[in-house]
Design a protein around this ligand. Sequence first.
Ligand code: NAD
Length: 354
Amino acid sequence: MSAEVKIGLIGTGGIGKVNARALDANHRGEIAALCDIIPERMDEFEKELGRPLKKFTDFNDLVADDSVEAVFVGTPNQVHVPASLAAVRAGKHVMCTKPLSDALEPATRLVKEAEAAGVVNMMSLSTRFSPDCLYLKREAREGFFGDFYYARARSVRRSGIPDWNLGFIEAGGGAFRDMGVHVLDAAWWLMGMPKPVSATGVAGAKFGPKGIGYSQFQSPHEDYWSKYDSDDYAGGFIKFDNGIGLQVESFWACHMPPEVQVELFGTEGGARLRPVQMFTTECGAPRDMKTDIPKCWPGSWQNIAEHYLDCILDGVECMSPLRHGLIVQAMLEGVLRSTETGRETRMDEFCDIL
Ligand SMILES: NC(=O)c1ccc[n+]([C@@H]2O[C@H](COP(=O)([O-])OP(=O)(O)OC[C@H]3O[C@@H](n4cnc5c(N)ncnc54)[C@H](O)[C@@H]3O)[C@@H](O)[C@H]2O)c1
């Protein structure tokens, strides 16, 4: 393999371009091919990158191209597994945006095959790779928190149902998989990735199917919102085998101020993620810690791109393998399933890869 990894971008929409720009800006990565079912999107991005690229409308053709060594999958949720699986079966390294999938079973199949194929397999997780989260992870490793015993994770939009791609609102989409995934992943990762044992919760859609609550308070055409078939809010509670409890909430629309927050409770210290705040007790008095995230730390997308390339070229151990995405997906699906069954979901009965 050359010192520069030739990457194929599958899905040239919002998140595909954000990840691709960072990969292309890295001296060890090069976007070499594009795939989208809307050819004009590829033409526009090719123009932006300023050089001729290979273009495909079927991801099977992109992954079959010998010059492509690795892919980034930035399609709607429902296409994450089919596209990633095609790449894995063609022996290509794969990085996928969140959530890993639209359901648990395909996600499990993908992870088993990706691990068996031995390719680099990575989740692109903008919250986990953010300077704030990396800072708290360093503090956790250095013992600031003592033992974790509880966490709260929430992502709240006042009127933010996506109006630009049906994949978001059709089955397999929804607020919980779209946004709950970020804060859940961050809380779980920061606490050392304990094994989930049960999940319970509620979910529903109070705004989307009525054509309200969409991005920027603008209602899309009825042709769009009449296809609503997912949640627009969900709240759940997950218990872990070491006794930790985690409360997770996600709202695409509600009558509350917007917020994205993770709160960690440890025996020695606590913290909030946005902005980073750390709390402890010293000599019997409360002490709010000074946090000093170095200004020179790169942002999430640069971190993600660099790590993917380091994993491919230097064999660095991946800090966000698809397996992590699968366990987070299992927790999300466990909460959603509990909504349907009206009972707690036992995770060992629900997912065979924990
Ligand atoms: N912070 C983050 O990590 C972050 C932020 C936004 C979105 N996302 C995720 O990215 C995904 C896409 O969201 P978006 O906002 O970029 O949507 P988008 O609609 O802007 O982009 C998706 C693109 O995929 C293309 N596409 C659809 N089916 C395809 C197929 N079969 N083959 C090739 N291309 C196909 C679409 O034509 C579109 O151009 C979602 O799963 C979302 O959860 C992640």
